[in-house]
Unconditional design. Structure first.
Length: 227
């Protein structure tokens, strides 16, 4: 078995990548690597609360490998902290790190370069899958997600907080990638084939910061009370 860590953003692509990896009998996913903005205690870029990322890991039955990033964080600091994760992974017998990238060549090449000096193989289980088909495959397969971050330069701010479903796909402007791979939007997956049960959530406030529009997703109060 090849021991694999998955780069986990808390979004739909990560959840679907885990689903595909678990369908490979030669792969054992052994953990989820998540970068957190330490100043706000949220997943970097997606702005998802740490508590929710932990709920995802618990439902996937996998340990969360948190990477604490300062704010602001230089690329040099980011790479140093990721190198620490790679060192730990190699020490624990991990063979590869998987990523949910879809088609951005520069991002893929960057990840490959960063792993060249390690013994870790980069894996891309979703690479070059047509994103329109992939989006519909996720939805039909039981994945449920909300848009947590929207770039208003690419997509209207009113999409923040919306459900990632077929109605949303039909409403997206033609220039917007159905999976948001060009940074148009980011998501939080609250149900997926890899989760033992859905995460009960409720909508929080919509806020604009640093040129992006964020929809705060909250754990349902009843869920918190019952554990």
């Amino acid at each position: 078995m090849k021991k694999v860590l998955l780069s986990w953003s808390s979004g739909k692509d990560s959840a679907w990548a885990l689903h595909l990896l678990r369908g490979d009998p030669e792969i054992e996913v052994c953990g989820l690597i998540t970068t957190f903005n330490a100043a706000f205690d949220r997943v970097a870029m997606h702005a998802v609360r740490r508590e929710l990322a932990q709920m995802q890991a618990d439902r996937a039955g996998l340990p969360l490998w948190p990477v604490e990033l300062p704010w602001p964080c230089s690329n040099t600091e980011y790479e140093a902290r990721m190198r620490t994760v790679c060192d730990r992974a190699m020490a624990e017998g991990v063979h590869a790190i998987a990523f949910g990238d879809l088609f951005l060549e520069d991002i893929r090449e960057y990840r490959i370069r960063q792993l060249e000096s390690t013994c870790l193989e980069p894996l891309f289980p979703l690479w070059l899958r047509p994103t329109g088909e992939l989006a519909r495959e996720m939805i039909a397969g039981g994945l449920k997600a909300r848009l947590t971050c929207v770039d208003p330069r690419k997509l209207d701010a009113s999409f923040a907080g919306r459900e990632f479903d077929t109605a949303l796909l039909e409403a997206l402007p033609p220039a917007v990638d159905p999976c948001g791979e060009n940074g148009e939007f980011h998501t939080f997956a609250y149900a997926a084939p890899v989760f033992s049960s859905p995460i009960r959530i409720r909508a929080g406030e919509i806020a604009e910061r640093d040129g992006f529009v964020f929809a705060d997703i909250l754990p349902d109060a009843l869920q918190r009370a019952t554990g």
